[in-house]
Structure formats: structure tokens, C-alpha cells
Write a protein that binds this ligand. Sequence first.
Ligand code: PEP
Ligand code: MG
Length: 595
Amino acid sequence: MSNHDVAGQKNMKGVAVSSGIIIGKAHLVDRTKTKILYKYLINDEEINSEVERFENALLTTEQQLVRLKNGMPEHVKEHSFILDSHLMILKDSMLKDSTIKRILDEKINVEWALKKSIVAIRQNFEQIDDDYISNRINDVEYVTERIFRNLSGKDQRGLDTINQRVIIVAHDLSPADTTELNVDRVKGFITNVGGRTSHTAIMAQALDIPAVVGLEAITAQVSEGDILIVDGSTGNVIINPDDNTILFYEKKKFQHEEYKSNIARVSHLPAESIDGHRISITANIEFLEEVAAVKSHGGKGIGLYRTEFLYLRSKGIPDEEELFEDYREVAEIIAPNPVTIRTLDLGGDKFVSKIEMATEMNPALGLRGIRLCLKLPDIFKSQLRAILRASAYGNIQLMFPMISGLQEILDAEQIMKEVKDELDHNNIEYDHDIKTGIMIEVPSAVTMAETFAQYVDFFSIGTNDLIQYALAIDRINEHMAFMYQPFHPAIIKMIKHVVDSAKKTGISVSLCGEMAGDPLCLPLLIGLGIDELSMNSSAIPLSKRVIRSLSIKDARSDLKHVITLGTSREVRTYLLDRMKALLPELVEKGYLHGM
Ligand code: PEP
Ligand code: MG
């Protein structure tokens, strides 16, 4: 976003996404595609060495795939057939022999010859009138991307092989990449791209490692082994800091940790305002392993279980039994408090290679969330069966993401009814009164909130997407981060409309976007009348501290003023001034990034 140099050290600023300070060595990883392919002619004497270069790259690729296959954890071994098919592609004559033939006949470099082979393979695949087979082109491209990387000598190691305590510097990490991070080794990460509510950022918070994204060209500024300071609360990144800067940040790190542990001591107290208004603070989780942190941070249940990460981690589609065991365990540990399980929200920035999806120009506007589930009822039903079966073991609620119209609610309910009938037929136990809600995260759902409230048991407002769709701002685009404004008056009015609609019908309403855990947003959300705030576990202690310092009476009267303001900046300034008066230490310590 911006940078300036101070006496040898470089200061950069990006988007702060996961708080905490780390000082450590940089480790550069390349998670980008090999982009530049060039053509050049070779002479007769070079032909043999060009073929040899190709054969060496094939051999290295084969060794890597075999290594990956042998190293697969037990619970995903059943998916090793994917790697078998990749190994077969490597040996396929359409790929291997035809590329060598092109090198020999056309006297061109191997990269160009290989590219031509892929074009030919793609044309052949496109003629096949079978979606499954024609989609196998993705596997061919995956394998050839590896070959290209091996030809270019780029680093192929997975993030799970990192064996030193380092700070990862990458162009981008996908949500799937972050599932591979070994938190004992990786101290934090910084990336060129990304925004505050991208799922990669959300994963950093879940793993509780500091991270700064959207640094635009950090991979070009940092060299392997450089010393870095990453401040995940302010977005500051310092490359090769001088001694004074290191001392300053060591002190800040110490103070940050001390403050955190002071707040943590009171995190088990209820989230109650000074004038007795209580709200429920629950947690967002992505994995079963996070449940212990929910409890230790003082969460009263789980307001959002993002189930797609189990699918990302498995690199495939987990079966019903695996899902059931996972959901049951979460429900049992959290009982009697509720666990709100959100059905699959794949698409957008989260993809599973086993579910074939056409390449979309705008994935966020494409086959995502409930749309994908309704299109793939077998996958949807298997998840619903697992959730319903697990509901016999605790207090489970179910929630559908990305609802944009009533028809989707009706269709999802119809599928749910079919699943319940099957369970009844087979005498399988489940909670017959299970509460079913929807996420309100598409502007059309806001407009329709009064109608939707008649059909569901609760709403959960997903502001990460609501802001993206209402303001037409890509939530993962670092260039647009400055316009991603939770305090935009349109967003505040939308939330108000949803809360009022829910209250009118008597259903409960929670909010589970990143706004929920932002201290500066809290007075606003409480003034708006939200019943439950669901946030990353690590944000719970500080949020409770803020709520326990404010009064509902003031929050409501502040809201009356805020609702009259015309710009996001005015709203932010007003709330910031109020917070300075209420909890000055939050402002001093830089805890108010204010999204
Ligand atoms: C949201 O959109 O606000 C939300 C909580 O869901 P996700 O971040 O998983 O899209
Ligand atoms: Mg969402």
C-alpha cells in the first residue's frame, strides 16, 4: 500500500488482518503460476540437451508426485487415486512423445513444445461429449504446471515442509494453502494480495498467527533470510530493521502480550453492558481443533462453523461418516451451548479440486454457497444427513449461506425434508426441532428480510460478503481495500433493516462477519439491537472488555446520531472519538484498526 525507507530499513504498510507482533526471518515461497512462457528456436546441437531437459523435468515431477502420494496422511489416503492419475498423465504419449516430437521436428524450446501439446490435448478433450472426461483437462494442466515449474527451477515444496521458524512471504496464499501451514514453524505471513475479510486472512486469525496482506510488491522487496518485523495489528512491516526499531517492537510485543493476558483473565465474565444489557458472544470456527480455544477465550457457543475447510483440508469430498464424527464432536464439546453449522459455502475464493467447476470470470458472483449445493444435491444431502445425525448429540443449529431469494430457502427446505424423511424411515435419531436459519449477506436478502423472517428461525448477518456485494468491492482485492467500508451509511441502514425485520417477526438475529470482532464496531452493533455477535475466538476477550465498558443507553443514542451521517469517514470519526473517551488505552495501543 505504501512504503518509505528509514536509514537502511524499509517500512511497508499493508492491510492488518491478524493481530500480534513477530520478529523473524523471511522465507519466500512462490505460490503463483509460472506465467511467462516464451518461444525460441534451437539449433541441431541443442536438440538432445533440450530433450534431456524435458526428460529430467518429467523425472523430477514423477518423484515429487510419488513423494506426495507416499506422504499422504492416513485419513486422506483414499484420495491417492488422484495422484495415480497424475502419474499416468506424465507417461501419456499425447503429452510426452508429442512434446519430444515437436522439439525434434520444429526445433523449438521445450516450454513452447509442451505448451503446443497442451493446446492439442485441450482441443481433443473439448470434443468429448462427457463432462467428467472433458473436465480431466484440469488434471493435465495441474501436471504440466508442475513440469513448467521444474523446467524453470521454481521452488516446488509444499508449505507443510517448512522446517524452520520463519515468516512466510508470498504473492498470495489460498485458503487451501493456509490449511497446510505448520503453526509450530510458521510465525506469521505477509502477502502481496488480499484484503481484510479474505478467507486467507480469516484463517490467519483462526491459527492465531500475525499476518499482513495487500502489501502489493512485498515479494520483490524482501530477500530470503531478511529480518522482518510484522505488526499484525497496524499492518506495518519493516524489512531489515535497525537496532532501535527492533527494541521498540520487542517492547511493543511484550506490552501487547501483557495486555492480552490481562484481558483474557476476565474473558469468562458475561458480555453485559454497564446498564445490564446482555448479548451473546459466540465464535467462528473453521476446524474442530479450534473448539478448545472457543472455550478458553470465553465463547458461549459457536455462531458460525465454516464447514468448507474440512473439504479443503481433505482435498476432496469427505464422506458422511467423517463429517458426522466431526460435527458430533464439536456439538458434544460445546453442549449445552449451541453450535451453528453453516452448510457448504464453496466457490468465491474457496475451491476443492474434486468438485469440478467451470472457470468463472467472477467467482464471487458465480456458483457459490447454496447455489452450488442445490446444483449438487448428493453432496448437499450427505452434509445435511451428517449435521442432522450429529444434532442428536448436542445443541446444533443449521444455517444456509448466500441466500438471495425465497426460492432458494424453499428448495433447501425441500431437500432437508427429504433427508429427514430418509432418517425417519431408517429410525435414525436427530433433533426434530433443529433450528434452521439463513445468512443475510446478499443485498436482495436484506430487502426481502421481512418475508424471509416468516420462513426461518434466525438470521445471521454476514457483513464480509454483504459489504462486498452492496458496495461492489471485491473483498480480496488489495487495491480496493480502502473502499471496503463497514461504516458506509448504506451498510448501517441495511443492518438496521435486517434487525428490525427480525424483531418484528420475533426471530433472533446475529452478526458473524469480521465487523463483529472489531472493537470500534461494537457500540454500533449493540445500539442496532443485534442479539449475538460471532467472531474469531481470539477477538472474544477484547470484545467483552469493550461491551462491559459501554452502556446500551449511550449506544442507542449514538446510533440515532450515526444514522444521520452521510459518509463512512464521519461515522468512523464519531465512533473513534467516543471510543477514545470510553477506552483510551485501545486507541493508544493501536487496537482500533476500525477495519
Ligand atoms: C460473511 O460473509 O460475513 C461471513 C461470515 O461468511 P464468510 O466470511 O465465510 O463468507
Ligand atoms: Mg459470507
